[in-house]
Design a protein around this ligand. Structure first.
Ligand code: ZN
Length: 446
């Protein structure tokens, strides 16, 4: 069988310009407040006293040695295709305060430039007192942060007390601020060469944002032939992150460090929430396996535009969904009118228990099964409900479009009734976002 082997480079190409610049959901904080605010254990929790990361680590240096060693054993046994953490990075209790933070950051293999400041992120029009506003450049090392210019970030000092919900909802957006960027060995970072994650499975290592995608997406339910031809698609690791942060959160709670308990919970929630986005759980929604292989075959024999067009369309719809969700939520917060069905769906706890309790297989067997199931229909809905240029024109590149308001302006001018048409499908997605977020949080707190 030589033919399938010849297809491999073409598939590599196909996923080379995969929509990896996207975030899944725009600002997880916007949806995390209603979702976790509906969980009394968090909404009614006593305010938590902020500790710096160094304070937490120096108090728990000894106990973290065992916790992180066991976590590594768990990951090796349970995460498919898990890239083992090199022994040299294992966390050890040396008592040296000077490199304590660095030793921890390297043991959990996140970007060592992560700021990890004590801060919260607010939704629009939340003007409760006590916020010492800081620019986005204080909380992230990312360079392209224009999109954060309207977001309110507040800095706090260790010793101050703040609501648990603020910590969780802010933490849920934090993994999009660089924690998972530059971790692969071909990403031209010094730590990427030591972390043991290997080469970036897909996406373009030269693009700042693309390298986090394999941690924030989970392609667990593609056809066997897709994995056969493109085995790198099996190298996605949200299960590793969600479990690691749950372990750290539980340990922080158990040892009396509630602030870090809620913050690690927020970090873990991010991956749970990302996978409720069908475009983060399916490689090419709306494109059948047969069509994928056909497009790919055409490329092999020299008719290569089909694949670029298919990927561009999926990428545009992915970004249109995310952009629309973020805008509609922000507008609602700004106007003070939270009637758009997305908000009621987020607070609706009626489906939570139907999913069963959270377990180690939950991301794979529950969340992504559901989001994969929804992908094709959602793709169709988007192509019908959004202005044509953004979702049906493969020549259009949503990502390199200069006007950030282009979609929302087109929706406002058009006669598509996009808001009405998207209300129901977004309600479905965000009911799951809320339910899975709470089920994860319950498992942390149990
Ligand atoms: Zn993400």
């Amino acid at each position: 069988m030589r033919a399938p082997l010849r297809l491999i480079p073409a598939l590599l190409l196909l996923f080379g310009f995969f929509p990896t610049t996207a975030f899944a959901w725009g600002e997880h904080t916007l949806a995390s407040y209603p979702a976790l605010g509906a969980l009394p254990e968090i909404a009614n929790a006593a305010p938590v006293r902020i500790e710096s990361l160094e304070q937490f680590l120096s108090a728990e240096e000894q106990s973290l040695v065992t916790v992180l060693a066991e976590e590594e054993q768990w990951a090796r046994a349970n995460v498919p295709n898990y890239p083992e953490r090199p022994a040299a990075l294992a966390f050890e209790a040396t008592g040296n305060a000077l490199d304590l933070r660095e030793r921890f950051v390297r043991a959990i293999r996140i970007n060592p430039n992560s700021r990890l400041l004590s801060y919260t992120q607010r939704v629009p029009r939340d003007d409760r007192p006590g916020c010492q506003r800081i620019p986005a450049s204080r909380i992230t090392f990312l360079r392209n942060i224009m999109y954060l210019s309207s977001v309110t970030f507040c800095e706090y000092q260790p010793g101050q007390s703040i609501p648990a919900l603020d910590v969780v909802a802010s933490g849920a957006d934090e993994p999009d601020y660089g924690l998972d960027i530059g971790l692969f060995e071909d990403g031209e970072t010094e730590f990427g060469k030591q972390y043991g994650f290997g080469a970036q499975p897909f996406g373009n290592p030269a693009l700042e944002f693309s390298s986090q995608a394999p941690f924030h997406m989970g392609f667990f339910h593609e056809s066997w032939i897709v994995y056969q031809l493109a085995p790198f698609l099996g190298r996605t690791f949200p299960e590793y992150r969600a479990h690691l942060y749950m372990t750290l959160a539980r340990h922080a709670f158990a040892t009396g460090h509630d602030y870090w308990g809620y913050r690690f919970m927020g970090w873990g929630l991010h991956y749970v929430q990302d996978l409720t986005q069908p475009y983060h759980a399916t490689v090419l929604p709306g494109v059948s396996v047969f069509k994928m292989l056909w497009i790919n075959f055409l490329n092999v024999i020299g008719f290569g535009t089909g694949q670029k067009r298919a990927v561009q369309l999926v990428s545009n719809r992915h970004l249109a969904l995310e952009d629309f969700q973020k805008r509609i939520m922000k507008q609602s917060y700004v106007s003070g009118n939270l009637d758009y069905p997305i908000f009621a769906a987020l607070e609706d706890t009626s489906t939570d228990s139907g999913y069963g309790t959270y377990n180690d297989r939950y991301l794979r067997d529950v969340i992504t099964v559901e989001s994969t199931d929804r992908a094709t229909e959602l793709d169709e809905t988007l192509s019908e409900a959004m202005p044509e240029q953004f979702v049906q024109d493969p020549e259009f590149n949503f990502d390199s479009n200069d006007n950030p308001d282009a979609l929302i302006d087109a929706i406002a001018q058009g006669q598509l009734q996009t808001e009405q048409k998207m209300a129901e499908p977004l309600g479905v997605l965000f009911r799951s976002f809320g339910a899975h977020s709470r089920n994860y949080a319950r498992a942390v707190l149990e």
